[in-house]
Design a protein around this ligand. Structure first.
Ligand SMILES: *Cc1c(COP(=O)(O)O)cnc(C)c1O
Length: 372
């Protein structure tokens, strides 16, 4: 049998490994000059907006909510189809998560349903760009403006994606990215938040490190409750190594996604009942290639056949958040978000990462046909 093909694999080159070794030898291994340089380059990438880095893409969103002053009594609208972090951060700040069902084609939050879910308590929306396919930013920000809501874009998967020819992160309200191992750019673990102004950036720095403000050589004060969320220089140099490669990483992902569509062929959906992802080559960074299996094909059986008969690893991104026990205990149940439940039961992530070959894509396509 062929060598095992995982659904993703991090893209770490020898230059990144050498840069990490240099930092480890330098005598300064936690947040320092490399973090500042990474933030400077990220800010440049996002058109000059302020950017701060963190040790995860989860705390970036939590801190954005705190900066916006969102807490107990406030409602925040998000999608049920995301990594559970997206909803957990709402609970973490003491606010109430409200879900709006997804669109079956984009698999992103349905903006008509967002508008219908707005109440006098709604303070913010957290949209998610699943697989890197952006939520319609024109409609999103029109809704936010009409109802005076803050937006925390969960763009964890959307680094390198665009909307209307502009980079995700270069416009809008708060924009959060993750540099976790599976993301298009990784620092092993990490994340960054794009902010609106210097005041928000200062507050982000406080929430990132125990609420501390330093002055002079020996001055220190604490005026808000912060946590421990800073990125290390060890992580930052990996990001510095990857950022210049981001355009070529995205181009390679596009080429592989194009090859998936070509290899499945134009009639594949009609023949099999499988739904391929939206064929978007203008906006998405192709973070993942996700298919939705037809009703009647058990996903666990399909994944087992892919793994055992074809040595191909698939992923599930994601089961619906509202059906997890902790969310059921808060009153959510089956039937509330039928599109999310149906897609969440049947969605499967196929392998897609820059070092895959065209032949790997063809191998996956053949295995999918045989495993249905
Ligand atoms: C990865 C991811 C996160 C969380 O990022 P971490 O860096 O793992 O904390 C949040 N939302 C989505 C959609 C993600 O893919």
């Amino acid at each position: 049998m062929s060598e095992f093909l995982p659904f993703t694999r991090p893209h770490i080159g020898e230059t990144a490994i050498a840069a990490v070794a240099d930092v480890l030898r330098s005598g300064w291994i936690t947040s320092g000059p490399k973090v500042l340089e990474f933030e400077r380059q990220l800010s440049e990438y996002f058109g000059g907006r302020p950017v701060r880095t963190f040790n995860s893409g989860t705390c970036t969103m939590e801190i954005a909510l705190r900066i916006a002053g969102i807490g107990p009594g406030d409602e925040v609208i998000t999608t049920p189809i995301s990594w559970v972090a997206t909803a957990n951060v709402i609970l973490e700040v003491g606010a109430t998560p409200v879900f709006a069902d997804i669109d079956p084609v984009t698999r992103n939050i349905d903006l008509a349903k967002v508008e219908a879910a707005i109440t006098p308590r709604t303070r913010a929306i957290i949209p998610v760009d699943l697989s890197g396919l952006p939520v319609d930013r024109d409609r999103l920000y029109a809704i936010a403006a009409r109802h005076q809501l803050r937006v925390v874009e969960d763009a964890a998967q959307a680094l390198g994606s665009q909307w209307g020819g502009k980079r995700i992160g270069s416009f809008g309200d708060f924009v959060s990215f993750s540099f976790q191992a599976n993301k298009n750019l990784t620092t092993t673990e990490g994340g960054c938040l794009v902010l609106n102004n210097a005041d928000e950036a200062r507050l982000a720095e406080k929430y990132r490190l125990q609420g501390v403000t330093r002055s002079g050589l020996d001055g220190m004060d604490v005026d808000v409750l912060g946590g421990k969320y800073n990125m290390t220089d060890v992580a930052a140099v990996i990001g510095l190594d990857q950022l210049p490669q981001l355009d070529s990483i995205t181009a390679r992902r596009h080429a592989l996604a194009q090859h998936y569509f070509a290899s499945f062929g134009a009639d594949f959906e009609k023949q099999t009942g499988v739904q391929l992802p939206q064929k978007d080559f203008a906006n998405t960074n192709w973070h993942m290639f996700e298919i939705v299996l037809p009703e009647g094909v058990q996903r666990s059986d399909f994944m087992a056949r892919m793994k055992e008969l074809h040595a191909i690893g698939c992923g599930v991104h994601y089961p619906p958040i509202h059906l997890f026990q902790m969310y059921r205990q808060r009153g959510f149940k089956e039937g509330m978000f039928p599109v999310a439940e149906s897609v969440g039961r049947r969605i499967v992530t196929l392998p897609l990462f820059p070092r895959m070959s065209e032949a790997d894509v063809e191998r996956v396509v053949q295995a999918v046909r045989r495993s249905l």
